[in-house]
Design a protein around this ligand. Structure first.
Ligand SMILES: NC(=O)c1ccc[n+]([C@@H]2O[C@H](COP(=O)([O-])OP(=O)(O)OC[C@H]3O[C@@H](n4cnc5c(N)ncnc54)[C@H](O)[C@@H]3O)[C@@H](O)[C@H]2O)c1
Length: 410
């Protein structure tokens, strides 16, 4: 059996390596540079577990070959897994263009009995919409199999941390996919009752996180109001196992959690809690900058933003809070700098349009805003600057002496 995997990104590449340990895999991507790197056993995923060793192993065995020729891959595989992005357009609505273009090629090259698996996170009804668009006289199987995983431990998540959820358009489809995932996932495979059930379970990850972080943001605002410590409150509150108060943040980043709640908004009215959660998150960068301004006179100050990644210990900056901070700070009379150990000086300056400053030169700035909780930032010696705003509430404030410490709700 040959599996083609369309989309060799953060998820698609580890997934290809994982399947290539058991099957022949054709990895497909429109990005020719990525295709070439994969075929040469070179990984573009920074810090992903088991990389680049696992990639080199499956390339050497001949079990994984990458191509930019979508037609070839579609024609020469029995199973076609799609894991290209589904993003939001300018109106914050789902943009199916990438997935539609892949499905169009697959439809034209289907063989009798082929299995199509959608792995990209879908709006409710999105998989059925794709199924109905496939025009062919061949009999084929169709499954939605969302991925419950996150960098930098994709393979571990997909093979042993969580059960694989699958939903088939019919029993034959589900049974076929079950057999394949069962050879991969040690934790097990769960068949759910419909495509839409699987879609909503997956979407709930983002909705649950977004809404709960918004609640934490509100609790943090109360802490600021009454001069309380959010971390102390959270720690004690969460001692009861039924409770899980999340952490507040400057802005939820990445292309998953802030995106998924939008996939259901059209079905909810204006009073929707989910909608409110999105709004609260959107207002947080301004809330944080205002909080700094209440204590610190920012005029002519030099400010260093620590962390361009949206998430700790990975190189990924889509929807990163650093960008929101920079936008807001540009309205103040401040000089803005940025540093992130995962990005070069050139990458930082090109992406942010602000100056790079090495952490070694920390004393050259007046204040620091922590936008990402990379391990490297945990034990910085902040003495000699005026203030630090801990946008992740992860520093030990007792250890920070002689300078002003501010956090969200701290
Ligand atoms: N990143 C995560 O943590 C995560 C977790 C669970 C699920 N997902 C799902 O996986 C999807 C992909 O995420 P990712 O992080 O791997 O994205 P990514 O942006 O890292 O990679 C996407 C890849 O798809 C390729 N691509 C785009 N259009 C294509 C096309 N028409 N044909 C072939 N290749 C194409 C791109 O060149 C890129 O290499 C997400 O949209 C989401 O639905 C992501």
């Amino acid at each position: 059996m040959t599996i083609s995997i369309f989309g060799l990104g953060n998820i698609g590449l580890p997934m290809s390596c994982m399947f290539a340990q058991k099957f022949k895999v054709i990895g497909v991507d429109i990005n020719k540079e990525r295709v070439e790197m994969v075929n040469n056993g070179i990984s573009y995923l920074k810090n992903e577990e088991f990389f680049p060793d696992i990639l080199q192993e499956v390339i050497k065995k001949g079990n994984l070959r990458a191509t930019a020729d979508l037609e070839y891959a579609a024609k020469n595989s029995d199973v076609k897994i799609i894991i290209v992005p589904l993003i939001l357009n300018d109106k914050d609505e789902p943009d199916y263009s990438a997935i539609d273009s892949v499905v169009e090629v697959i439809s034209r090259n289907l063989n009798e009995g082929d299995l199509i698996i959608i792995s990209t996170t879908m709006p409710v009804g999105g998989s059925r919409r794709i199924y109905e668009k496939i025009k062919t006289n061949k009999k084929f199987c169709f499954v939605y199999a969302p991925e419950r995983t996150a960098s930098p431990h994709i393979i571990r998540d997909l093979t042993e941390s969580y059960e694989q959820i699958i939903a088939g358009i019919d029993k034959e489809s589900a049974d076929k996919a079950y057999k394949i995932y069962n050879t991969i996932n040690k934790k097990g495979v769960i068949k759910v009752s419909s495509l839409e059930t699987a879609e909503l379970i997956k979407l709930l990850e983002g909705i649950y996180r977004n809404t709960n972080i918004a609640l934490a943001d509100e609790v943090a605002k109360l802490c600021d109001k009454f001069n309380l410590d959010f971390n102390e409150i959270r720690e004690i509150f969460n001692l009861v196992p039924a409770y899980n108060l999340h952490k507040p943040t400057i802005k939820i980043g990445g292309h998953c959690i802030p995106v998924y709640p939008h996939f259901v908004l059209q079905y909810l009215d204006n009073k929707s809690l989910i909608r409110k959660g999105i709004e609260i998150d959107r207002e947080m960068p301004e809330y944080c900058v205002n909080k700094i301004k209440k204590t610190i006179n920012l005029k002519n100050k030099k400010i260093l933003i620590l962390g361009l990644s949206y998430k700790r210990n990975v190189k990924e900056d889509r929807f990163s809070p650093a960008y929101e901070l920079i936008k807001l700070l540009k309205n103040e009379q401040v000089e803005i700098y940025c540093y992130d150990p995962y990005y070069t000086k050139e990458e930082i300056e090109e992406k942010t349009k602000v100056k790079y400053l090495d952490i070694k030169d920390l004393e050259k700035v007046d204040g620091v805003i922590i936008a990402t909780d990379h391990n490297e930032f945990k034990n910085i010696d902040f003495k000699r600057i005026e203030f630090v705003f801990d946008g992740k509430n992860f520093l030990d404030k007792e250890k920070i002496k002689g300078i002003k410490y501010l956090g969200i709700g701290r």
